[in-house]
Design a protein around this ligand. Structure first.
Ligand code: CAA
Length: 383
């Protein structure tokens, strides 16, 4: 394991304390009722974990990406729905506002998230454009009063509970990805409607909604960066987001591994604890190694980002490996739990349902392989 600085150790311990004392005891209930984890959100907001990497100038905690990964793992170990709320706010909402936004955007919207404790969301996917966001149909037409948005977005994490939405739309559709721009749209803007919550397999406490824009007029100042820069803003933002989702996957996979060990040390069969059976021991050994490999890949991507180096390939590797390791770990753990694991009496069925999404959102495993193979084959980026 990477040697942590004193500050990083403190962040990890603080996240662990909040996760153990506040988030974990509520996770099953929020999941069963499919309600937003309000108390978990408040605890993380009050600890400064929802704008961890934002500069203190705008009310953020000014921490590094390693600290973010450490906190994401601890939080997601307790509740993956809370984990994605935190990851989207940090990586997909705060980051593009700070990195690409004007002073106006930072003062009005980033500050609202970091200082005001309001949530943000990220609207890129559309009903017919998920893996291929350049194929999105939402338009933003410049008029005298600002931009007029029309179209719809789908699969929006924090939909409805967020106040600040980073939205991608075509300002010059004939230019394809080069005609895409990024905007801030505030909840409550006329013509901006939040659709009904999706009912999902997992991360049930995280609200996921569609967004609809019907002649929605937003001020010109809400443009993030320049016209035509949207696709690159989205890609750069997702590079960082994938490190956050890798952290979420680490938490789910680790929780499943520890649950398997605890159960195997209690459950008896054929006159002894099932942890004494070699076949089961080897599953646990493989899973522990899998999670550690995922953790090292994730720290490597985070470290490169903190050093200001390129990390596109490493973030894709971390997200791909950690998400698939989490799925494997949850499957292994549920198998060890047997019938008990299939019931809601144990949290492992939740880990099993929650793990799968990490291999889908912020770029499917197949898209991560596209990113990695392009870096290796076309760019010869082996380092
Ligand atoms: N950083 C900066 N720029 C980048 C970049 C990166 N990581 N990757 C590509 N670009 C630039 C390229 O350099 C290129 O620039 P030029 O036009 O100047 O040449 C431009 O973007 C287009 O690049 P590509 O030709 O590679 O684009 P593509 O259309 O082939 O797509 C892709 C590449 C990797 C498949 C990309 O479409 C992708 O990542 N798809 C997945 C989308 C995704 O992750 N969606 C998740 C939705 S969000 C979500 O899940 C939210 C939630 O709430 C949890």
């Amino acid at each position: 394991m990477l040697e942590l600085t004193e500050e990083q150790q403190l962040i990890k311990q603080t996240a662990k304390d909040i996760a153990t004392d506040i988030i974990a005891p509520l996770a099953s209930e929020y999941d069963a009722k499919e309600t937003f984890p309000q108390k978990s959100f408040e605890a993380l907001r009050d600890a400064g974990f929802l704008a961890m990497m934002v500069s203190p100038e705008y009310g953020g905690s000014g921490l590094d990406t390693i600290s973010y990964v450490l906190a994401m793992e601890e939080v997601s170990k307790a509740c993956a729905s809370t984990g994605v709320m935190m990851s989207v706010n940090n990586s997909l909402a705060a980051h593009p506002l700070e990195k690409f936004g004007s002073d106006y955007i930072k003062d009005n919207f980033l500050r609202r998230i970091a200082e005001g404790g309001k949530l943000g969301a990220f609207g890129l996917s559309e009903p017919d454009a998920g893996s291929d966001p350049a194929g999105g149909k939402t338009t933003a037409v410049k008029e005298e009063n600002g931009y007029v948005l029309n179209g719809s977005k789908m699969w929006i994490t924090n939909g409805g509970v967020a106040e600040v939405y980073v939205i991608f739309a075509n300002t010059t559709p004939e230019l394809g990805h080069k005609g895409m721009s990024a905007f801030v749209v505030e909840k409550g803007t006329k013509g901006f409607e939040i659709g009904p919550k999706e009912h999902k397999l997992g991360i049930k406490a995280s609200p996921t909604t569609p967004l609809n824009f019907d002649d929605c007029i937003i001020p010109s100042e809400n443009l993030i960066g320049s016209e035509g820069e949207g696709f690159k803003i989205a890609m750069n933002t997702l590079d960082g987001g994938r490190i956050g989702i890798a952290g979420q996957a680490l938490g789910i996979g680790q929780a499943a591994l520890e649950a398997a060990v605890n159960y195997a040390n209690i459950r008896e069969a054929f006159g002894k604890k099932i942890s004494q059976f070699q076949g089961l021991r080897w599953s646990i050994a493989d899973s522990a190694m899998d999670m550690e490999a995922a953790r090292l890949l994730t720290f490597r991507a985070a470290k490169l980002k903190d050093q200001g180096k390129r990390f596109t390939k490493e973030a894709a590797m971390a997200k791909l490996y950690a998400s698939e390791a989490a799925v494997r770990s949850a499957d292994m753990s549920l198998q060890i739990h047997g019938g008990s694991g299939y019931s809601r009496d144990f949290p492992v069925e939740r880990y099993y349902r929650d793990a799968k999404i990490t291999a889908i959102y912020e770029g499917t495993s197949e898209i991560q392989r596209v990113v990695i193979s392009r870096e290796i084959i076309e760019k010869k980026n082996y380092s």
